[in-house]
Design a protein around this ligand. Structure first.
Ligand code: MRU
Length: 358
């Protein structure tokens, strides 16, 4: 329902508030969690772009949803212009949002969808009518994401058994999507079906999406959880405490190579060494079938200060350089299955991916 996508999560990460004409995009500011629950109210595209860049809203599907509403905010003021000027404005807004973060493909998928909707409007349509169509599409992207999260949970929950220790990295929960999450939707669905799980949460250096966000979500759901330094994950596996690893994804190439938060690749190697199944949970909107493999996935490099400083204070030796890729690529061979809304992709191969998503 345009303007009123019913929430499927226990809190709202991304929501449109009000009507198309005078409504706004409301985001839960994830830079403030877990200590403060503050909303950011966006009336223009500049703030949406800033929110994506600074990780007030983050996680591949949530970025895709926020960007779709961001386009609407960006073109709404041009509702009275002629179609030529409107098209120029639309292109500028798409370029602006498209230059915020390079890795999560959901962002570009949303922008392409809106571009196509505008292109499909006949020459007789007014700019205001096009804005209405874009808004309907943004709401559809949001609603689809909610549905995909729920289905991922359903397909993935079967993989988890009562009593298991499950390790996750970064945040792939409701905070990272327009719905109830991907990797955490799997955990949540298993929990709701009565399975008792213990979730080990990698803190996720350097921005602590695990300890700040995932642990916050799990605590709210009443799911047992323990936070650990990323570097403690391998020894935890060696001690036999982890029976499955489940993570999200930012972009999955045609052969299943998966970009996700930096540290995921090391986790997959450790899981292989200890015979622990490694699962990726992701909607079809996170696949980029235009890429044959992960080598050409663009990896975002973020500011050195995220590593050299902590909460505004310098912690690294002055003058030292920092290497700060936000993501890494896990080769398909290390992934036991990809859990998508259309079912489980197992084994992870180009053929199987094409079968399920084609
Ligand atoms: O830099 P972030 O916090 O946007 O990175 C997010 C991740 O890597 C998530 O694991 C991924 O987007 C999956 S979210 C369902």
């Amino acid at each position: 329902v345009p303007g009123n996508v019913p929430s499927d999560a226990p809190f709202e990460t991304v929501r449109w508030q009000g009507s198309l004409d005078d409504g706004c995009l409301v985001l839960l500011d994830q830079t403030k969690l877990p200590l403060e629950q503050v909303e950011v109210v966006c009336h223009d595209v500049d703030l949406v772009a800033e929110a994506i860049e600074t990780l007030m809203v983050r996680g591949a599907p949530a970025i895709g949803v926020a960007a779709a509403y961001g386009v609407v905010l960006g073109v709404r003021p041009a509702g009275d212009s002629d179609r030529g000027s409107f098209q120029q404005r639309l292109q500028a807004v798409i370029d602006q949002l498209g230059s915020t973060r390079p890795t999560a493909v959901n962002l570009f998928r949303s922008l392409r969808r809106l571009e196509r909707v505008a292109a499909a409007c006949g020459p007789g349509a007014t700019a205001r009518e096009v804005v209405g169509k874009l808004f309907t599409e943004a709401c559809a992207i949001h609603a689809e994401d909610q549905w995909m999260c729920r289905e991922i949970g359903r397909h993935g929950a079967e993989l988890l058994e009562d009593g298991m220790g499950v390790l996750t990295h970064c945040n792939a929960g409701a905070l990272a999507t327009g719905g109830r999450g991907t990797a955490l939707a799997v955990v949540l669905a298993a929990h709701e079906s009565g399975k008792r799980l213990h979730v080990y949460v990698d803190e996720t250096r350097p921005l602590l999406q695990g300890s700040r966000l995932t642990a916050w979500e799990l605590t709210r759901y009443g799911i047992d959880s323990t936070v650990l330094c990323d570097s403690a994950a391998a020894s935890l596996m060696r001690r036999g405490r982890v029976q499955a690893v489940v993570v999200g994804a930012d972009r999955i190439a045609g052969n299943g190579d998966t970009a996700n938060k930096v540290g995921t690749y090391g986790l997959a190697l450790a899981a292989e060494a200890h015979g622990v199944p490694f699962y990726v949970a992701a909607p079809s909107s996170t696949f980029d079938l235009s890429l044959a493999d992960g080598a050409s996935i663009p990896i975002e490099e973020r500011a050195s200060e995220e590593i050299t400083h902590f909460q505004g204070r310098q912690v690294a030796a002055p003058g030292v350089r920092a290497y700060n890729p936000a993501f890494d690529v896990t080769p398909a061979r290390l992934i036991r299955a990809i859990i998508s809304e259309r079912g489980r992709i197992e084994p992870v191969s180009a053929e199987r991916i094409a079968d399920i998503l084609g």
